[in-house]
Design a protein around this ligand. Structure first.
Ligand code: UDP
Length: 218
């Protein structure tokens, strides 16, 4: 039998990644029937022409090997599902749009989803299960952790370190750091859409506005 491929998550994020996954498999000469959605709470059994299986159904299908890309914007959910997949022998799968640009000395960890018009310039390290949505870029000398999520249009300039599970909202701009003093976005921090981030963000903080400042919860 053949390998079976899946986009895990059949909501907004997954429906944006499915066409990229399909194009990528077509390039490899793999039939579209070998590509399905997985969703644990499916809205329909067929979405945009693709079968939607529950995770258990996916495991029950005949397949010589299984691959899944975790297409859910919430990084904590991705981490949970990554563990589940690893435990069941489901391989991680990376999907990238055909027009993604990567320059010199870029490493991207397993399970990445790189949407159309994403650019990664030079000397960049990126961890596991990264999502870079439409038109996002990562500039030189950035270090990005695991399960980090960029909404569309994120501008991540040079010498920025982003720790695990940070979420960067649409059109946020992050000011460049320096080699000696990188700008740091802490573990699990959230940057609101359109924020102009001019200084480091502490772990777990949510920052919004221009210049971006923490939301103080009352
Ligand atoms: N989902 C799932 N298993 C989980 C958690 C979520 O299959 O453990 C599915 C959920 O049913 C939904 C999708 O993932 O269809 C997440 O969709 P949502 O609209 O919340 O987020 P997005 O698509 O923007 O990441």
């Amino acid at each position: 039998t053949n390998s079976l491929y899946a986009v895990y998550g059949a909501s907004g994020c997954g429906r944006g990644i499915m066409p990229l996954a399909k194009a990528q498999l077509r390039e490899q000469g793999i039939a579209a029937e070998r590509l399905v959605f997985i969703d644990d709470n499916p809205a329909a059994s067929l979405i945009n022409g693709h079968r939607v299986l529950t995770y258990d159904e996916f495991l029950a299908c005949e397949a010589s090997a299984r691959y899944a890309i975790l297409a859910i914007a919430n990084g904590n959910v991705r981490e949970t599902l990554a563990r589940r997949c690893a435990a069941d022998g489901v391989n991680t799968w990376s999907v990238r749009a055909a027009n993604v640009i990567t320059m010199d000395d870029v490493t991207v960890g397993e399970g990445a989803a790189l949407s159309p018009f994403v650019t990664l310039t030079s000397n960049i390290r990126i961890g596991k299960h990264f999502h870079a949505n439409l038109y996002s870029y990562v500039e030189h000398d950035c270090i990005i952790g695991d399960f980090v999520t960029f909404a569309p249009g994120v501008k991540c300039n040079g010498n920025i370190h982003i720790h695990d599970h940070a979420y960067i909202g649409a059109d946020a701009v992050i000011k460049q750091g320096t080699p000696d003093q990188p700008l740091i976005i802490g573990h699990g921090a959230v940057v609101g859409m359109g924020a102009v981030v001019t200084r480091s963000v502490p772990p777990g903080a949510t920052v919004v506005g221009n210049p971006a400042t923490p939301i103080v919860r009352k």
